[in-house]
Design a binder for this molecule. Sequence first.
Ligand code: SF4
Length: 250
Amino acid sequence: MAKITRKPAPRKAAVPKKKAKPVATKPKAPAKKSLKAMKPWTPAEVHEVFSRFRKANPEPKGELEHVNPFTLLVAVVLSAQATDAGVNKATRALFEVADTPQKMLDLGEERLRDYIKTIGLYRTKAKNVIALSAKLLSEFGGQVPRTRAEIESLPGAGRKTANVVLNMAFGEHTMAVDTHVFRVGNRTGLAPGKTPLEVELGLEKVIPAEFMLHAHHWLILHGRYTCLARKPRCEVCLINDLCRWPEKTV
Ligand code: SF4
């Protein structure tokens, strides 16, 4: 009897896996149409908004924990694409052992990585923190410099880092634009812009000097706790009568 041999079943063609949607790393710019439709704010209205923020929270504080300008700088560098809470969790122990550039160098990149391994992009960030500590020692006498250009020259530090450090460590009237400030600036119509830089310059132009020291924190906190990205809490928003967002819910 002839031997029956079965042909192996044809292999199913591999179905290509769906590509994961890329995580948005940049805040979304507003549509051109909505930018045009917004009625510009009057100086009296802007003054009113910041007076309300000041009344509600006279001394707003940043949420990144630090003990001196150096640890603030390190915390801001570590916070790129990470939450303040996540950074604080890692830096509490780190800053106990390394709160100066020299101590950070003595700790070394490998041990630093261990402290910050819960933070995204920690390998690159560890490299940058060690390099910036070395540069602070070799070029700035171990101190955090006080000019934007000098801070931006440090590894891992960009415009936002410089704005946060200049504002929080040295009391300068800078406006750091993170995802929250970008959203609030656009939605409210206070400073519509397609890029963080446009929003930064727009806010600097409209906010009266008397509010500039704390304006960055008021806007961040407003975006973080009230004007939430997905479901803004317009019903409890302090400035809902003045906000220009066409989709506000009150
Ligand atoms: S009214 Fe709504 S959209 Fe406007 S700032 Fe307040 S929370 Fe944001």
